[in-house]
Ligand binder design. Structure first.
Ligand SMILES: NC(=O)c1ccc[n+]([C@@H]2O[C@H](COP(=O)([O-])OP(=O)(O)OC[C@H]3O[C@@H](n4cnc5c(N)ncnc54)[C@H](OP(=O)(O)O)[C@@H]3O)[C@@H](O)[C@H]2O)c1
Length: 253
């Protein structure tokens, strides 16, 4: 099969490209690096020509309105003009609809556009990546002091998330637009535990923690566990602690 991977140069997209090729299929990475700009639609139709599926990983937390919302609309328009349209596997975030973070609101708008399109599309939400949690854990430490925010995560191994997405792309497309089961890793961990684990991994142990209250809607939504997977989520890949032990933390340095 021929599978276009938007954001094929990114953290997730590059793993999707590798997985498609590992399985002997053709992966077409598509992003500005390859002359495809979702915000304008430039290069999109050419990249999609002859494709069976699209795994849509392109995103920008800095310009989510332009990239995630308008970019997804551009992609939907291009898919609608294909005959037949390729199956869209759309990447989103667990709990994005329960948090007013501007990036998450854009993810919701993009999802709504996909689910309202009537095209063959599968929305697959994932939890925070291990790489992201490690980055947040680093930010949540000042010197030897840990900032104890009320935040837990059940992060996912990006390579496993990529496998799930590719399985969807290679499978039978749905008759319309659907949401698949959310995906998450196996280990639930607090930010304090994650910060301690990252520092221990780096042989720079932390001292005491300072409690930081969950002020504002965004932090309160995280404190309420809006980013955690529900009981019907698909769980797989390695947990955060094992991922760290395997030395992957260097990927976020
Ligand atoms: N990070 C997390 O913890 C997490 C958790 C769950 C779900 N997700 C979702 O997973 C997806 C991938 O995230 P990521 O962290 O892998 O992203 P990333 O590493 O930041 O990569 C973003 C990709 O988007 C491309 N891109 C940006 N603007 C573009 C444009 N105008 N046109 C075409 N391509 C564009 C970039 O390539 P160029 O610069 O070459 O254009 C890059 O390949 C996103 O939808 C994100 O919401 C992330």
């Amino acid at each position: 099969m021929r599978i276009v991977v938007t954001g094929g140069s990114g953290v997730l997209g590059s793993k999707v490209v590798a997985r498609v090729r590992e399985l002997g299929h053709i992966a077409i990475p598509a992003s500005r690096r390859w002359g495809v700009d979702l915000t304008t639609g430039q290069g999109l139709a050419a990249a999609l020509t002859g494709s069976d599926a699209v795994v849509h990983c392109a995103s920008s937390p800095v310009r989510p309105g332009r990239t995630d919302v308008e970019g997804t609309l551009q992609l939907l328009g291009a898919l609608a003009s294909m005959s037949p349209p390729a199956h869209l596997v759309h990447v989103s975030i667990v709990g994005c609809d329960a948090n007013q973070l501007p990036y998450y609101r854009a993810k919701v708008r993009a999802e709504e556009a996909v689910l309202g399109s009537g095209l063959a599309a599968t929305v697959v939400r994932g939890t925070q990546f291990h790489t992201l949690l490690a980055s947040i854990a680093r930010v949540a430490t000042i010197g030897r002091t840990r900032l104890d925010l009320d935040f837990s995560a059940q992060p996912v191994d990006v390579a496993w998330y990529a496998r799930e997405l590719v399985d969807h792309a290679l499978g039978t497309p749905p008759a319309g637009s659907v949401r698949a089961r959310d995906v998450a890793g196996p280990e639930r961990i607090t930010l304090a535990e994650a910060a301690g684990a990252v520092r221990e991994h780096e042989s720079r142990p932390l001292g005491r923690g300072i409690r930081v209250p969950a002020l504002g809607r965004t932090l309160r939504a995280f404190a309420d566990g809006s980013n955690l997977p529900g009981p019907d989520a698909r769980i797989g890949g390695v947990g955060f602690t094992e991922w760290l032990a395997r030395g992957r933390v260097s990927a976020v340095s």
